[in-house]
Design a protein around this ligand. Structure first.
Ligand code: NAD
Length: 296
């Protein structure tokens, strides 16, 4: 086997895995429509005009339509008052055509993220970030699981099968990624270590990981020599990097080329975790529609 082909086979194709998941959701949505006469609906709320967030919410709308679901976009100005946003969320909570609500983060500074996220009814909180769903996850109960860590878990399971007994090291401890990721991996029987900004010598911890998940948001923070030989690396970070020729390039939190030499498997940026995040959002929305239909 040529070395370049050997390297290519180590790269986890998030796009392909996400496409397969979206196709299976599309089939289930069609069955659901025929059986119940209902169509799952996802409302996405964006406040302000952060260019990256605009791209993310447009992608979410496109994928929602592709899966046969209804998409409701609410693009609000940067100056939106918290009360106005809470009123919109209350209307969406009460709207039977909407099964999932996602408020795109980050929010402008004058809005209180915790108050806004917790205003979403837990059964419609398909991003799983409210205190009800976060609590259920940490107690090992069913609920909506945050889409990005759920996508990472699916990539790991697709690549490795069982994760039981593996040591997973997570760099980054946010509510959005690191903490729910740790809960999900504990449930799978992993031994979990979490590093964060105050961790002394994160490299020596990272080198112990059979699984290394990095969600920090600092371009190429993790050099190749932080990767244990044969580890599986999931790179959640996305940073737009300026190039000398004036163009830009998306890079992850891991120095990809060096890590590729050490790892057994690794996700690329872009084309790794990102597509899985959207596919898992669709999956959570479909589950929410099924629960609403059953009157759960
Ligand atoms: P965050 O800023 O909320 O959290 C960052 C975490 O990294 C914190 O726990 C912090 O303590 C830790 N950290 C910061 N510097 C560190 C360092 N030098 N060493 C070790 N730990 C350090 O970020 P977030 O919302 O979790 O997002 C992280 C990255 O993941 C960002 O690049 C974001 O764009 C990306 N992201 C991607 C997706 C996707 O779908 N692909 C989804 C969510 C987030």
């Amino acid at each position: 086997m040529k070395p370049d082909e050997a390297c290519r086979r180590k790269i986890i194709d998030g796009k392909a895995i996400a496409r397969a998941l979206t196709e299976s959701i599309k089939d289930k949505v069609e069955h659901f429509r025929v059986e119940t006469g209902k169509i799952p609906g996802l409302a996405v709320v964006l406040v302000g005009n952060d260019p990256a967030s605009e791209v993310y919410v447009k992608n979410k709308a496109i994928q929602t339509h592709r899966a046969g679901m209804r998409s409701f976009m609410h693009m609000l100005p940067e100056t939106t008052a918290q009360d106005e946003l809470l009123e919109l969320i209350a209307r969406l909570n009460a709207d039977a055509a909407i099964h999932g609500i996602l408020v795109q983060l980050p929010l402008p500074k004058h809005l209180d993220r915790n108050i806004v996220i917790n205003a979403i009814a837990p059964h419609k909180d398909v991003d799983g970030l409210g205190e009800a769903n976060a609590g259920r996850l940490s107690l090992g109960m069913d609920g909506h699981v945050p889409c990005t860590p759920l996508g990472c878990l699916k990539l790991l399971q697709e690549t490795l099968g069982t994760l039981r007994g593996l040591h997973a090291v997570i760099i980054g401890a946010s509510n959005l990624v690191g903490k729910p990721m740790a809960q999900l991996l504990l449930r799978q029987g992993c031994t979990v270590s979490i590093a964060h900004i105050d961790t002394k010598d994160p490299g020596s911890l990272a080198r112990q990981g059979d699984i290394l998940i990095v969600a920090v948001g600092k371009a190429e923070l993790v050099p190749g020599d932080w990767v244990k030989p044969g580890a599986t690396v999931i790179d959640v970070g996305i940073t737009r990097m300026d190039l000398p020729d004036g163009k830009t390039r998306l890079v992850g939190d891991v120095a990809f080329d060096d890590a590729l030499e050490k790892a057994a498997f690794i996700t690329p940026v872009p084309g790794g975790v990102g597509p899985m995040t959207i596919a898992c959002l669709l999956s959570n929305t479909f589950d929410a529609a099924c629960e609403a239909d059953k009157g759960v």
